[in-house]
Design a protein around this ligand. Structure first.
Ligand code: NAP
Ligand code: GLV
Length: 315
């Protein structure tokens, strides 16, 4: 019996051996083919695993049953105006993705607490830049915007090393050790408490540009920022202006409106900015293939798939 085809566009054609090995090891009952493979009959494609597909391409697969995003955020897929909305779109919500994000956010919070950027700059000189740092984790409140799959795990890990953790989401949460703030009406109260603000929101029309002057101005004076959501959440000029005025003490940014961040962008050289190249959470292909294989098996058994994108909500 011929196996259904899974088309893959994630990591380029050179990533295909990795994907094929990952799906074979996971025992997936699919034929894994490259997105631009001219030998594939579009009518034979039942599944697609994609990151940033060319607009209109998914709509040309008449028998597509499930679209898998190869990342947790699917904004690079939903921006396609011809996206077939009747086909479920599944986000990459593996436990390993949340674990990695939790580790990154914990690293960022500790780096801010230790002023690791100052130490890195001093080492580069080299200069013996002795200083005494004040607050410890239990004296520091981390505010997480977005308490979903990633945010909840980051909150648990931060709690585990003693940070006070608060969170802001659309709906109220019951998470051990986390004070929950919900909706626009509670945003000010949330912002007023956070010493370190972490953005783990999805990219939606409501969250676009959220990390810009009006919100930054409602943060605590001297607070720090971590953006691991999307570049479209931040207005980087506003962040740099808030650093210049001292309102913001430091920032760790993993995501940018333009990626890669251009080499001549002033953010690279800023002494209070730590820049990372969109690496906060990227599980290996083997882990993502195993997860998709599991989802395909669920789908073939007629079961409902978890973590599907909700077109009404926008995430
Ligand atoms: P998720 O499970 O869908 O959680 C999203 C959270 O954001 C939920 O708590 C949701 O509230 C909240 N939210 C959405 N819109 C909101 C609004 N308008 N106001 C307040 N809260 C709002 O998503 P996830 O898996 O945790 O991933 C979050 C994002 O992280 C992704 O979309 C992606 O952009 C980013 N990400 C980045 C990297 C990286 O490497 N930098 C890696 C993975 C993911 P409710 O709980 O009330 O619905
Ligand atoms: C990465 O940015 C992801 O959304 O998984």
């Amino acid at each position: 019996m011929t196996k259904p085809i899974l088309l893959v566009k994630s990591g380029g054609e050179s990533a295909m051996p990795d994907w094929q090995r990952g799906f074979a090891e996971a025992g997936a009952q699919v034929e894994v083919r490259w997105w631009d493979d001219a030998g594939v009959d579009p009518a034979a494609v039942r599944y697609a695993l994609v990151w940033d597909p060319e607009p209109g391409r998914l709509a040309k697969l008449p028998n597509l049953q499930v679209i898998f995003g190869s990342g947790a955020g699917v904004d690079f897929i939903t921006r396609d105006p011809d996206l077939p909305k009747h086909v479920p779109l599944v986000r990459m919500a593996t436990p390993g993705a949340a674990q990695r994000m939790g580790e990154y956010v914990t690293w960022a919070a500790l780096s801010l607490l230790q002023d690791a950027r100052r130490m890195t700059l001093a080492q580069a000189v080299p200069r013996w830049d002795y200083f005494e740092r004040e607050p410890t984790a239990p004296e520091t409140t981390v505010g997480i915007m977005g308490l979903g799959h990633m945010g909840a795990t980051a909150a648990r890990m931060l709690n585990g090393i003693g940070f006070r953790v608060i969170g802001w989401s659309r709906t109220r949460k019951e998470l051990p050790g986390v004070q929950s703030f919900a909706g626009a009406v509670e945003q000010d109260a949330f912002l007023a408490r956070a010493d370190i603000l972490v953005c783990l929101l999805p990219a939606t029309p409501e969250t676009r540009g959220i990390l810009s002057a009006p919100l930054l101005g409602r943060m605590k004076q001297g607070a720090a920022l971590v953006n691991v959501g999307r570049g479209q959440h931040q207005r980087i000029e506003d962040i740099i202006a808030a650093l210049a005025s001292g309102w913001l003490s430091a920032a760790v940014l993993d995501v940018f409106e333009q990626e890669p961040l251009p080499a001549d962008h002033p953010a690279w050289q800023h002494p209070r900015l730590t820049i990372t190249p969109h690496v906060a959470s990227l599980p290996p292909r083997s882990e993502r293939a195993a997860h998709v294989a599991q989802m395909i098996a669920l789908h073939e058994r007629g079961e409902t798939l978890p973590n599907t994108y909700d077109h009404e909500r926008g995430y």
